[in-house]
Write a protein that binds this ligand. Structure first.
Ligand code: M6R
Length: 609
């Protein structure tokens, strides 16, 4: 949570930093701010509550000149989202400016000490203490001052610091949260992720745990907290600027929904052998280790958790292994039974979700083998896992996840098939056949996307619904959960997903005349039972919107609206049913005039527990 940018170079610092903040705004949008160092050594700070647009408006009228700048877009933790709590935070003399992502857990003790030593607090943030602590420690060596402060801090943080006396130096530091260096020519960058500087350079280096970066125009030095220089590898970012821009769409999410055929294609692509089987070298497990697995545990949050639920059906079916899917935020509290023969799969688009990270750390401490399924190369989840299987959906900017989730689904099918292939629970011909089915999915997703006009037309009718229910059986159940989550987070409608068979045990009491119920009735062996469930809810006044397979007329008499998807194997239907639910949620949000990319109270990467 929170997006951070730092820049030192020859360009207009304010513009570079604002461009980075625009790309990082998905990480939080409670307030935004910049500090720009003028050529005559004045640290000019501007910050505003609310979205970045508020700040941009002020800076449009009063631009800040200077070629060294830092900036921040906030998801509030300590203190409400007001101007005074926006970052950058400054010290008593306005000579130190700090932007911060994370939570400083010992900040109250630090505040007490600072106040006793005469510092005046001007915000409710934990961040401000860092500015005062740097002020106290600074004696001409900003890097040393920040290193000293970091040693005193407890909790998680990314800090980027500028000082009025340092016209060629921006300092970055991190613990537990991500910070990436962008390496340019005569200019260098810091960002919460590579999108912060992708318009300027695609050469990047990850900052590791408890490292401090000295960013100058002529180069970059990274040290540990003792000041010892540490080497590190740079990497080339494949994404280009177009991937991180709207490309003519009104919202990123609309573009990302359309990119889903490629997200699936790219995630599968390059992972097949000439014989039509799978090679997942990324798994980094020997065949013997794979054959020794006794259970699979999947940990994830939100939509990634729903991908994990689908993965369970695939792995259990194909591999005959017990699979448990756990919400990462609850995993460690149960004292879960995992060990050396457990494969833990941590699914996370961002690779930075604090709950997932803590869960995987717990699993590793129990000696489990941890595989990350993530969209973010070099993310903390990938680096702390034994191996990483990257989904290849490109940068996802909209807070509500779409193309990353469909890529996770594809990745989970790959994991299931690979385990089956190596363990011999499915013969090679069957694995090949399933892979061929998977390879046909991108074209089918394109087909689904071409049929979405009637779905958009439903939006106006659903916009005023106080509640919407989603029902599914088998793999339709996790997708019911996903459909409900999308509608909740985008359209602020109370939406719940249920196993269709479960509603008669209670939730059916929610149904009133006209209650919209979305039923995921794509072809599978249980569709006869689903038809019964549709009848049950309709008999009680529900307005039924049914997602059904082409040619399946069994449900037609009981559907007020039918959304058709092409036929595919029942286990793979989530890759198709997910699309209309995304389109519907976005359309309802638009009908209500809401911000589709940045729903209220949310942030894309949830780096607090
Ligand atoms: O980056 P992650 O996949 O770990 O994020 C997990 C959830 O926070 C995320 O899926 C969230 O539920 C999205 N807002 C869903 O659209």
């Amino acid at each position: 949570m929170c997006g951070i940018v730092g820049y030192v170079g020859a360009g207009a610092g304010m513009d570079v930093v604002l461009e980075g903040l625009r790309r990082l705004e998905y990480r939080g949008y409670d307030s935004a701010g910049v500090a720009v160092l003028s050529d005559d050594g004045v640290l000019q700070v501007e910050r505003r509550a609310g979205k970045l647009a508020n700040l941009e408006k002020v800076l449009g009228d009063r631009p800040l000149a200077g070629s060294l700048a830092i900036g921040h877009t906030r998801w509030a933790t300590h203190g409400p989202p007001t101007d005074r709590n926006a970052h950058p935070q400054v010290d008593c003399g306005n000579r130190v400016a700090v932007v911060h992502n994370g939570t400083i857990e010992n900040f109250e003790a630090l505040v007490a000490g600072l106040e006793a030593r005469g510092h005046e607090r001007r915000s409710d943030t934990d961040t401000e203490v860092v500015a005062h602590l740097v002020e106290e420690r600074y004696d001409g060596d900003l890097a040393a001052a920040v290193r000293g402060v970091c040693r005193d801090l407890e909790g998680s943080f990314v800090l980027v610091v500028a000082h009025a006396d340092e016209p060629d130096l921006v300092i970055g530091a991190r613990r537990n949260l991500p910070l990436v260096i962008g390496l340019g020519e005569g200019e260098n960058f810091l960002g919460s992720d590579v999108t912060a500087f992708i318009g300027h350079t695609r050469e990047a280096r990850i900052v590791d745990q408890d490292q401090v970066v000295e960013l100058r125009r002529g180069g970059v030095t990274v040290t540990d907290l003792d000041g010892t220089v540490v080497d590190g590898e740079s990497f080339h970012v494949d994404w280009d600027t177009a991937a991180a821009e709207k490309g003519g769409y009104e919202f990123f999410m609309l573009k990302e929904i359309q990119e889903q055929p490629d997200a699936v294609r790219d995630t599968i692509g390059g992972r097949l052998t000439a014989e039509g089987l799978l090679h997942l070298d990324e798994l980094a497990m020997s065949d013997e280790d794979i054959r020794g697995i006794e259970q699979v545990v999947i940990i994830a949050c939100g939509s990634s958790y729903h991908s994990g639920l689908v993965g369970r059906y695939a792995i259990e079916r194909w591999c005959r292994l017990p699979v448990h899917v756990e919400m990462a935020s609850e995993f460690r509290y149960r004292d879960p039974v995992v060990g050396r023969n457990t494969l833990v799969v941590a699914i996370s688009q961002s690779g930075e979700t604090a709950d997932t990270l803590e869960a995987l750390r717990h699993a590793r401490a129990q000696k489990a083998w941890v595989l990350a399924v993530t969209n973010t190369v070099g993310s903390t989840v990938s680096r702390e896992s034994d191996a990483a299987l990257y989904t290849r959906s490109g940068p996802e900017v909209a807070v509500a996840s779409t193309k990353a989730v469909i890529a996770q689904l594809a990745a989970m099918y790959l994991v299931g098939l690979y385990l089956a292939q190596v363990r011999g629970t499915r013969d090679p011909d069957e694995v090949r056949a399933h892979l061929r089915d998977l390879q046909s999915i991108p074209d089918l997703v394109t087909e689904v996307l071409s049929r979405m006009e009637p779905v958009r037309a439903l939006a106006g009718e659903l916009a005023d619904a106080p509640r919407v229910l989603f029902l599914g059986r088998h793999v339709g159940y996790p997708m019911a959960l996903e459909g409900a989550l999308k509608l909740k987070e985008l359209a602020y409608i109370s939406a719940e997903g249920f196993p269709a068979g479960e509603i008669k045990h209670g939730p059916i009491a929610l149904i009133e005349e006209g209650t919209p119920v979305v039923v995921l009735a794509a072809r599978h062996a249980l569709s006869a039972k689903l038809v019964n469930n549709v009848q049950e809810v309709r008999a009680r006044g529900a307005r039924t919107i049914v997602i059904a397979t082409d040619g399946d007329e069994s449900v037609t008499p009981y559907a007020d609206n039918i959304i058709r998807i092409p036929d595919t194997k029942s286990l793979l239907t989530p890759l198709l049913t997910i699309v209309p639910m995304q389109v519907l949620s976005a359309a309802v949000a638009m009908a209500k005039g809401l911000d589709v990319d940045q729903p209220r109270n949310l942030a894309k990467s949830v780096t607090v527990e």
